[in-house]
Design a protein around this ligand. Structure first.
Ligand SMILES: [Zn+2]
Length: 225
């Protein structure tokens, strides 16, 4: 709330096209609208539930996600939360329990907040407004340090993430959906799903704001970051 106020008081420009005014100009905000759709990675890691996203991780979406996550531009929680809500709505469930993927300890220490948790809370409010009953249950905890996933190929990501999360007990009234800002190889979300199944909870879907379009062969080329 305070961050949103500061964004309003300090002169801003659009995080994508640099137009002076809001942190996301109205033309760029339009790009974040639309309908959610299936966005399963190819290949899909074992145990990954069906994936849904609003858009491809490029252009306006990429600029907005990065500014929100890396630079803490909190006025973007609203449009990104709405985008996440659209992805969740595309799963077709009328009552949902959103489980956010926790930020890595490093990013939480740097930026002080759990950015995906913020998006999930915003999305839950937007879902309620369109008649989907939604609650947020941040039951996943990171139990093992992991490398930044960026720059790791799928095999390396899977190893990096093996048993990275643990889930505390979850009593949910609806379909359990794991949420994150971006899905790339799906390794992080598959590990989240494994941690939930370990406590007897079966997530029915994963939903993200955006999905990275993997280039041919990219998934098999790993390099440590
Ligand atoms: Zn713009």
């Amino acid at each position: 709330m305070l961050a949103e106020l500061i964004d309003l008081l300090v002169p801003q420009e659009c995080v994508h096209c640099s137009r002076p005014g809001r942190t996301l100009c109205s033309a760029c905000t339009e790009e974040l609208k639309g309908r959610g759709h299936r966005s399963d990675p190819t290949p899909s890691p074992a145990g990954l539930p069906p994936a849904f996203s609003l858009s491809e991780y490029s252009g306006v979406t990429r600029s907005a996600v990065l500014a929100h996550k890396e630079r803490g531009v909190r006025s973007l929680t609203r449009p990104l939360g709405w985008a996440l809500a659209r992805a969740v709505a595309a799963t077709g469930h009328g009552t949902v329990t959103l489980v956010p993927i926790p930020s890595s300890r490093k990013s939480r220490a740097t930026r002080g907040e759990d950015t995906v948790g913020l998006l999930a809370c915003r999305a839950a409010r937007d879902l309620s407004a369109i008649g989907v009953r939604a609650e947020v249950r941040p039951v996943l905890t990171q139990v093992r340090a992991r490398l930044d996933q960026a720059g790791l190929g799928q095999a390396a990501r899977t190893t990096n993430l093996l048993h990275a999360f643990v889930a505390t007990s979850l009593r949910s009234n609806g379909a359990v959906i794991l949420v994150d800002d971006v899905i790339t190889t799906g390794a992080t979300l598959a590990e989240g799903a494994r941690a939930l199944r370990a406590i007897g909870v079966r997530p029915v879907a994963v939903a993200t704001v955006a999905a990275t379009a993997l280039k041919k062969g990219e998934h098999s080329v790993g390099r440590p970051s």
